[in-house]
Design a protein around this ligand. Structure first.
Ligand code: NDP
Length: 332
């Protein structure tokens, strides 16, 4: 290995709770112990990266730190027979980018158990347009379908629809033949959501109307929710008899102000999704689906590319809920 140093996005905590970001140089030698050294070609920006970069929720405990929970690249060194130099791999979640230096740097060193061979049907860049957001959207949709949600049973709601998880969920569900109702705070993005295949676009307030009632009019056969809080409560209260709601996020709130009536009078199911500790078996299956029959059409149109240099502005934008689709970071 001839490369000794590399460029990385570095978050520092110079004073307690005061975080700053810069692009700097890190040493390969300082990377943690692990069986695989991977040269990162592309990463992507997830909401959790922005929380790590701004010191929120204790997601990262040790600074200085390089965030980045998603990596796609090439194996440079391998201590195991399952991978050899030159292999293309995806590494997402586990502890990558949390307290393990992440993919906002040109090299990562990780346990081989975290790596997945790049599935046929995806380029390294496409795998990062999907990234953790795509994996999570896929897992939510798998759970909903596994719980009996079918296209012929009526409208399915996606909240936070222009965001990373939301936009990919809209695209996959539309491809699978669902009537997707996309809830967004961005009236200006109707064209984007229609392009992804949404049948109808509604404002957040339309989901929330009637929230003060113990139950709301039955509207959704299924729900993909990334928002939490009132939005998730309203979605559950307006889910139809025997419908299912998949929840993964907290961009609105981590609280859930709700009563038990949707569960005990309508048989509604609330399905939690965690992509971080998802075991390798189901993770592989989800990626195969994402690379094959679920691969969203026009994947490139969901993403914008940036470099480490303009990443800070995108981190501030994702925290404001202002991004559209996925930000892919080119580290080449
Ligand atoms: P994004 O920021 O890309 O998308 C979130 C979208 O939610 C925004 O674009 C916006 O869409 C909407 N939104 C933002 N703020 C609010 C608000 N206050 N009230 C209502 N809607 C809001 O984030 P991601 O898609 O990357 O992640 C979404 C959530 O899912 C995060 O909480 C993240 O931590 C979580 N997540 C969880 C995973 C798991 O394994 N459990 C894995 C991946 C993500 P619009 O303007 O269209 O309404």
């Amino acid at each position: 290995m001839s490369v000794k140093t590399f460029s990385a996005f570095i978050v520092e905590e110079k004073e307690p709770k005061n975080f700053s970001m810069k692009v700097g140089t890190r040493s390969v030698q300082d990377l943690p112990i692990g069986e695989l050294l991977v040269k990162v070609h592309y990463s992507s920006l997830n909401y959790k990266d922005a929380l790590s970069a701004t010191g929120q929720f204790g997601i990262t405990k040790k600074y200085p730190h390089t965030p980045g929970i998603d990596a796609a690249g090439e194996v440079v060194e391998s201590a195991v027979s399952a991978f050899k130099p030159g292999d293309k791999v995806i590494v997402t979640s586990y502890d990558l980018g949390m307290d393990t230096p992440g993919a906002f740097g040109q090299y990562i060193r990780v346990p081989s158990a975290w790596a997945l061979p790049l599935p046929e049907g995806l380029s390294l860049k496409e795998s990062m347009i999907l990234g953790t957001a795509g994996l999570t959207a896929g897992m939510m949709i798998r759970k909903l379908i596994g719980n009996g949600v079918k296209p012929e049973e009526g409208d399915i709601l996606v909240t936070g629809a222009t965001g990373g998880v939301g936009s990919i969920a809209v695209a996959i569900l539309a491809k699978l033949g669902f009537q997707v109702v996309a809830a967004t705070g961005k009236a200006s993005e109707k064209g984007f959501l229609t392009g992804l295949g949404a049948s109808r676009i509604i404002g957040r307030e339309e989901v929330l109307a009637g929230l003060d009632q113990p139950l709301m009019e039955e509207r959704w056969s299924g729900v993909v929710d990334v928002v939490g809080g009132d939005m998730l409560a309203a979605a559950i209260k307006s889910t139809r008899y025997n419908g299912s709601v998949a929840c993964c996020g907290l961009v609105g709130s981590l609280e859930l102000p709700l009563n038990v009536l949707p569960f005990i009078l309508r048989g509604v199911s609330l399905l939690g999704v965690d992509s971080v500790q998802c075991p390798m078996g189901p993770r592989k299956l989800a990626w195969e689906k994402l690379a094959g029959e679920w691969k969203p059409n026009h994947l490139e149109s969901i993403s914008m590319e940036c470099t480490l240099k303009n990443l800070e502005q995108e981190i501030h934008a994702i925290l404001k809920g202002a991004l559209r689709g996925r930000i892919v970071i080119n580290l080449l």
